[in-house]
Design a protein around this ligand. Sequence first.
Ligand SMILES: *Cc1c(COP(=O)(O)O)cnc(C)c1O
Length: 484
Amino acid sequence: MAEGRLDPKDWQGFRAQAHRMLDAALDKMEAAGDGPVWTPMPDDRKAALQGPLPHEGQGAAAVVDHLQALMPYGVGNTHPRFWGWVHGAGSPGNILPEMAAAAINANLGGRDHGGIYVERAVVRWCAQSMGLPESASGLIVSGTSMATIIALKCARDQALGAQVRREGVGAVRLVGYCSEQAHSCVARAFDMLGLGSDALRRIPVDAQFRMKPAALTDAIAADRAAGFAPFLVVGTAGAVNTGAIDPLSDLAGIAAQEGLWFHVDGAFGATARLSPALAPLLTGMEKADSLAFDFHKWLQVTYDAGCVLIRDPSTHLAAFSERPDYLAPATRGLAAGDVWPVDYGPELSRSYRALKVYAHLIEHGTDALGAVIAENCRQARLLEALVQAAPDLEALCPVALNILCFRFTGGPVAHYDALNAEVALRLQESGLAVLSTTKINGRLALRVNITNHRTRDSDLELLVTEVQKIGAALLQEGVDGQTP
Ligand SMILES: *Cc1c(COP(=O)(O)O)cnc(C)c1O
């Protein structure tokens, strides 16, 4: 029996507490559709977290009590009527690898152990399923934001040469391109890589919110004429506002012709490739020099887990590999097993995140995961039809994948924005449903994103009637959220 200073004195008792915790976790998942979607944390619970640093431990039984007390206060994304932002709903199976990973406690920065091989297997599966060569390199990371930073660093270093890693970006005027609808993580990566977010040019979109290829070509020409150095085109496969997919083949062609790196942000949309019916929408993605996407969104893996894939592993290595003496590679022993994840990214110590992705793929298989995605897309079109059939609702964007933006249209037009903002808040605060808001062509929209394997059609029917009910009540009350 392990008898370290922090091991249980009473393993039998600890085991009982661990089982109690497991049951509580399973209870929560089994009842994922019960109760309010969002349960805000009450003030007394927030106050309890203002307590002092514990000097004396309370033991495992107390921990289980504390954890159980916290369990109701999540974002709500495990609930069938959560459609805010882009959140995956998770799945009970993920509890198992999370337990196994905690027990193994491996550091996935490198060395020769099982986790390294599991992560490589997951990366290889990802390259395969996304249409990149199996030889592509990659990492399982915290999410698309981190994946984007890693991918764009590869692009930057290839453009500037290896000395940029020592000398910094200096006075070069690198510029890159994405659509007006691209996610803010792209600009964030420009900022963090020392390029400045102004160096990211926002290319106009068409009526379906997809980047206009001709506008991209014009922008590149204008920048070259003005002495800038274009290096990157970012295509979005599933834009966060509307689900729009840029014309990826066209963008890949322009990037190739202009000698630019082609990166695809496929945070949620890329995974639609697992559905044979939807895969054609993503044609061109397979030409990417790098791809970023998430497991924790449409693939329903628990937070957090995303992936970066780099077509050319030597470019990837050139951007990150640089080991100090104490991490020197070996041919035998625990320090063998080149190449390590640390050679492909900024983190040395890393969690065994790959394990839950590996387990998830084994448990469900890509066919079932693709079917969830196709089902959500069908549901978005169903919602669109319901909205179109309602006289007091109006769709604000066409459904490209799984997102519908719409609004309630009662009362004076000038009040629509405030009215709809209040509808979204009341839905959230009532616990009935969670959707988020965004601006579509300057108008405030109720945004329903369905990346949820628990949503049933009846949930969407309920949403429509509730929005109408709340909207009508607000008109009655003369409330539009702004006027006193
Ligand atoms: C969610 C999202 C991101 C950011 O991904 P994280 O996993 O939250 O870091 C980037 N791009 C798009 C299109 C997204 O939907």
